[in-house]
Design a protein. Structure first.
Lengths: 366, 146
């Protein structure tokens, strides 16, 4: 698992290990390139996370294995990113196949299409590593002597439902090759979260308010990008639950707006009040964040002739700020509440350059 | 305007994707004299369209030094690099030799690979068996500010 860098700093120096801070701009750009290549060649695709996607192959006139081998080669050549591709009849099995492809194949592609649960590799796959089986469910199953996919699939369905609910039942069905999860069509997000752990624990309310103001702004930018407004704002904070010996406190609050909004200033004010209302002194907070919930499509609002709210001024202001920041850089215009020094931020002392998203960061070649 | 019976129908090329862009013609069809602007498309010229053919595989790099000056590549220039193109003899490429990036003209000979500079003050890089060579991408354009 992960270790804080300062604990391994000396080891890295001695063994000449290269280390980098997270570079989300670079990762995001590279991820988008890979996903766009997939979208060209695969009409049915669901982008699942920054580095995972599901693609549907059964409605294409291709041999799945050959197609995926060529796809992997194309992605590698076009972007330099080596991906692993798992092929199966259900999403859950495809994730298993992907894991096997990553860890056990040379060419990065693996198919479970012609394999049954009798297959040794599939059968002995640890149930704890299955998509949808979390730590607690995994522990429950292990206590029942269920450790592998084969063990799990031998359980009678009513038992699976009893201990793991209907979700567990679905997982079992998918592992048995009967698909339950169709590809999800891309929709506007139903809620938008911005949160981050602190570089060093934060004790003061002012700093928390500064952090939460920044999260509010970030989330609002995404909100406006997808043409929505939020009807409610959820704010949370918590101490470090990986240090159970230190005083623990976590809390959250949801605030509903009178009218749906996407105005950053209003969001900041609300978020600051919200976090002040749940703040308790003398705790070392490790993380805070905001989630914009109950989102409503802006076009639906505009069409409401009886709406008494005039968004014009606020929208114009937001549009100006968004345009300036898009043109001149992310932090060109920011609210005073976001702070200037922002000491609570993630330390990126060793971040690599944004080779693909900042003109100033291009690779220089002789 | 008379309509010939067997006039060939020329399809307008368009990209199939989630969004289908169709060209917009400026003028409506009117009876009378055809306007000289009738066949123009109402769209501003876009450098991205001109210079970037495979956006997912296109990267920008900055040039330092003058090893490729005779090819029109100067210090400080911006290079557009396309990884989707196949490297071929005579192309200017970004290569990685023993872990170091360089921009040179690729020469694929019968029994040798040479990375040739375009400046008489520089020696060509002859790739030896033990060396590690990756052709990172093909340079398609140079952007030089005057």
């Amino acid at each position: 698992m992960g270790e804080p860098f300062f604990k391994v700093k000396d080891l890295c120096r001695r063994q000449q290990v290269h280390y980098f801070s997270s570079n989300y701009s670079l990762y995001g750009d590279m991820s988008e390139r890979v996903m766009r290549i997939l979208e060209h060649d695969c009409p049915d695709i669901e982008v699942y996370s920054i580095d995972e996607a599901f693609i549907r192959l059964d409605n294409m006139p291709v041999d799945p294995f050959d197609f995926c081998t060529a796809l992997r080669a194309k992605i590698l050549q076009w972007t330099g990113i080596p991906v692993s591709i798992g092929i199966a009849s259900t999403k859950t099995l495809a994730k298993v196949a992907g894991d096997i492809a990553k860890k056990r194949t040379q060419n990065g592609v693996y198919s479970l299409l012609d394999k049954t649960l009798d297959d040794p590799i599939l059968g002995t796959f640890p149930i704890n590593d299955i998509w949808g089986i979390g730590r607690k469910s995994g522990a429950k199953l292990n206590q029942m002597q269920v450790n592998t996919v084969a063990d799990f699939c031998k359980l009678p369905p009513f038992l699976v439902k009893k201990f793991l609910t209907v979700q567990g039942e679905r997982i079992q069905r998918e592992l048995q090759g009967r698909h339950c999860h169709d590809l999800e069509a891309p929709t506007a997000r139903k809620n938008i979260t911005s949160s981050r752990s602190f570089g060093t624990p934060v004790r003061e309310l002012e700093q928390l308010q500064e952090a939460v103001a920044n999260h509010a702004v970030k989330a609002c930018v995404k909100l406006r990008q997808q043409g929505s407004r939020a009807r409610a704002l959820h704010v949370f904070l918590r101490t470090n639950h990986f240090k159970p010996n230190t005083p623990q406190y976590a809390n959250h609050v949801t605030i509903q707006f009178l009218h749906p909004t996407s105005d950053s200033a209003q969001m900041i004010e609300t978020a600051k009040h919200a976090i002040a209302s749940i703040y308790k002194a003398n705790y070392a907070y490790q993380k805070c964040g905001v989630t914009l919930i109950d989102l409503v499509d802006d076009t639906h609002l505009q069409q409401d002739l009886f709406s008494s709210i005039d968004y014009t001024q606020s929208d114009e202001r937001m549009r100006l700020i968004d345009t300036l920041n898009a043109k001149l850089g992310n932090n060109t215009v920011f609210y005073a509440a976001q702070g200037i020094r922002r000491d609570w931020q993630m330390k990126s002392e060793h971040r690599s350059q944004c080779y693909t998203t900042a003109w100033s960061d291009l690779l220089t070649i002789e | 305007m008379t309509q010939k019976l067997h006039e060939p129908i020329r399809p307008i090329p368009c990209k199939i994707g989630p969004e289908l862009k169709l060209p917009l013609f400026v003028s409506t069809i009117e009876a009378g004299f055809p306007s000289p602007a009738e066949n123009t498309l109402d769209k501003a010229l876009d450098l991205n369209e001109l210079l970037i053919h495979h956006p997912e595989a296109t990267f920008f790099v900055r040039v330092s030094g003058d090893s490729m000056i005779k090819a029109g590549i100067s210090e400080g220039d911006l290079l557009i690099v396309d990884r989707s193109l196949s490297p071929a003899h005579g192309k200017i490429v970004i290569a990685v030799v023993d872990g170091e990036f360089t921009v040179k003209r690729l020469e694929l000979l019968k029994d040798q690979v040479i990375l040739r500079p375009e400046n008489d003050n520089y020696e060509p890089i002859v790739i030896r068996d033990q060396q590690d060579l990756i052709i990172w991408g093909v340079v398609t354009s140079v952007i030089h500010n005057v």
